[in-house]
Design a protein around this ligand. Structure first.
Ligand code: SAH
Length: 567
């Protein structure tokens, strides 16, 4: 079983050093530090119990640097809720002890050994089967699947009670194990892709050694694949992947079928004959032709998927939000974890990290948007999983439109078959507005004041009309060294339609270290108070402010316009 990146959770500053050493074992893991107690963690949390339980519920492996008892008491209420659990480990603050607590089937002992090796101590392994046999029989290596966990547990306790066992089929990972082997044993570990049901004294392990090569089209594909496997006496648990011709990469039925069967899709160059396609894709396998316009390829060993054709490439254009990890949407986090290649302006790529060693970062200058978009398609068309990062939302003065423009301009079918998705983020105007209250609570207009990509005359025209229409205004790219006078001119135009008392919000580096939020008025606003890292929000005629307890002001634009509604 493979899990997502672990979270390292610490309660005090004294654990940070050990946490950093563990991070060297899991470079993508983030260190979560308790607010007010830990400085320099990757993320801040407010409440230990709630944080740990949330991570556990999300199936995130947990490495907690505190007493084992604290972790146990914290997670105890959740333990009965769940069948499968993520690995959970307690590590002594000084790194002197590594204790796997939960998630034996999720590979917690393996993690404990890896962490212990990193800290140069011994892991506190307590699992009897594993200690006695030197392997966890119920957690076969990748490429193999256990048939049934409950009967597996019985099987292991039989062996612990003294029964002997024989191995049928190829189980190379058991060669090093110390099993009570006897060729005459009644109990057997059976490794194979044949479809018959397990007998009472048998532990069945399926090698993922079968590919179904799909020629068939149309609905009910997964049902047809199941019956074809059944007729050929091949176990569905051994299915490792579906293979199809690459002109069907964007076929939604194939995609749904693979999802439903829980296996990846691989694509190979199209040929007229299905058998030929199968032999070309998996030369080591025996090919069984079926009546369903499907070919079944059965190998002796688990298939090495990376050697079979290539996957459909993916290109995700993501928004990081303003900066703080808490304001990044979960879909973006998941996408960051699966990416093979990350493209973007260096500052944003760094903000999106840390990345694993196997993830390639392609940092570029901010201005090369179209080049970056084409580069992303070239990589994705090779079958890679590519991310293009923007801050805030990718569709707001950022990369999403450039990526779509690059695709629109291309007639390369490989680019058009890429699995393209745009994942939204919290845009700077919304993040700033939320901190100030609700200045954009009624109709508003979003503009970039940069005249790099549009004539200044159109900016003036839009400003004039938007201000006249009494829309609240949100200015992105308000000013820069190369554009020093434009903001002053913009404020002049807005001033023709708004009073000097109109509330203005300036948000600088919102959601980033050193953020500042300032509430002022149109009359008091000067371009010197603004730089290119600032978001400028200008109220409409109804926008108002009042004091907030604790200092500062709330700013909001009421939902109504004209006569205030009764009630
Ligand atoms: N796609 C981004 C906007 C990119 S344009 C988004 O949706 O937020 C860049 C401009 O956005 C900057 O000049 C600044 O005006 C604004 N901006 C971006 N991040 C900001 C932040 N964290 N705080 C304040 N303004 C920000």
């Amino acid at each position: 079983m493979t899990h997502s990146t672990p979270a390292i959770v610490i309660l005090g500053q004294g654990s940070l050093n050990t946490a950093r050493r563990i991070q060297q074992v899991y470079p993508a893991a983030q260190i979560h530090g308790l607010a007010g107690r830990v400085e320099g963690a990757d993320r801040i949390y407010q409440e230990f119990g709630a944080t740990l339980r949330e991570l556990y519920r999300q199936d995130t492996p947990i490495i907690a640097l505190c007493a084992a008892g604290i972790v146990i008491r914290t997670l105890a209420p959740l333990l009965l809720e769940k069948g499968a659990e993520p690995p959970v480990l307690a590590v002594a603050e000084d790194g002197s002890a590594v204790v796997p607590l939960l998630g034996g089937l999720g590979g917690v002992n393996g993690m404990a050994r890896d962490i212990a090796a990193g800290l140069q101590v011994a892991a506190a392994i307590t699992t009897s089967g594993e200690l006695r046999f030197g392997t966890c029989l119920l957690n076969p290596p990748s490429g193999y699947t256990l048939d049934d966990l409950e009967s597996g547990k019985r099987f292991v306790s039989d062996l612990l009670a003294g029964h002997s066992v024989r191995i049928e089929g190829a189980a190379p990972w058991l060669a090093q194990a110390q099993l009570p082997e006897d060729p005459q044993a009644r109990r057997s570990i059976h490794v194979g892709s044949d479809a018959r049901a397990a007998s009472a004294n048998e532990l069945r392990i399926y090698p993922r050694s079968v590919a179904v090569v799909v020629g068939a089209e149309g609905a009910d594909l997964s049902k047809r694949i199941r019956s074809a496997l059944l007729e050929a006496d091949v176990a569905i648990q051994s299915l490792a992947c579906l293979v199809a011709a690459d002109d069907r990469m964007a076929d939604p039925i194939l995609r749904e079928t693979a999802l439903e069967l829980g296996v990846p899709l691989r694509f190979v160059a199209s040929t007229t004959d299905l058998g030929e396609l199968a032999r070309g894709a998996i030369p080591e396998a025996k090919i069984i032709a079926t009546a369903h316009d499907l070919a079944i390829a059965v190998a002796q060993q688990p298939l090495n998927l990376s050697a079979i054709g290539r996957p459909r490439g993916r290109l995700a254009v993501i928004g990081l939000g303003p900066g703080a990890a808490e304001l990044m949407v979960p879909a973006v986090k998941a996408e960051l974890a699966r990416a093979t290649d990350v493209l973007g302006y260096e500052t944003y790529v760094r903000m999106a990290g840390p990345f694993r060693d196997d993830q390639i970062q392609h940092c570029t200058d901010n201005r090369e948007e179209m080049q970056r978009a084409r580069h992303a398609f070239r990589l994705a068309a090779e079958g890679r999983s590519v991310i293009v990062v923007s801050s805030g939302d990718p569709g707001v003065f950022a990369m999403a439109a450039a990526v779509l423009e690059a695709l629109h301009e291309s007639d390369d079918p490989a680019w058009h078959s890429v699995d393209l998705e745009i994942l939204p983020g919290v845009s700077a105007s919304l993040a700033t507005a939320a901190q100030a209250g609700a200045p954009l609570g009624h109709d508003f207009c979003v503009m970039s004041l940069s005249d790099n990509l549009k004539p200044w005359s159109i900016i003036e025209k839009r400003l004039d009309l938007a201000a006249e229409a009494d829309l609240a205004l949100a200015f992105y790219n308000p000013i820069s060294k190369a554009r020093p006078w434009q903001l002053g001119r913009a404020l002049e135009i807005v001033g023709q339609h708004r009073t000097a008392q109109t509330p203005v919000v300036l948000g600088r580096d919102i959601g980033r270290p050193g953020q500042t939020l300032r509430v002022t008025t149109l009359g008091a606003l000067t371009p010197e108070q603004v730089d290119m890292r600032t978001m400028v929000l200008i109220g409409s005629s109804t926008t108002c402010t009042f004091a907030r307890s604790g200092g500062g002001e709330w700013v909001y634009t009421p939902r109504w316009y004209g006569e205030k509604p009764l009630g």
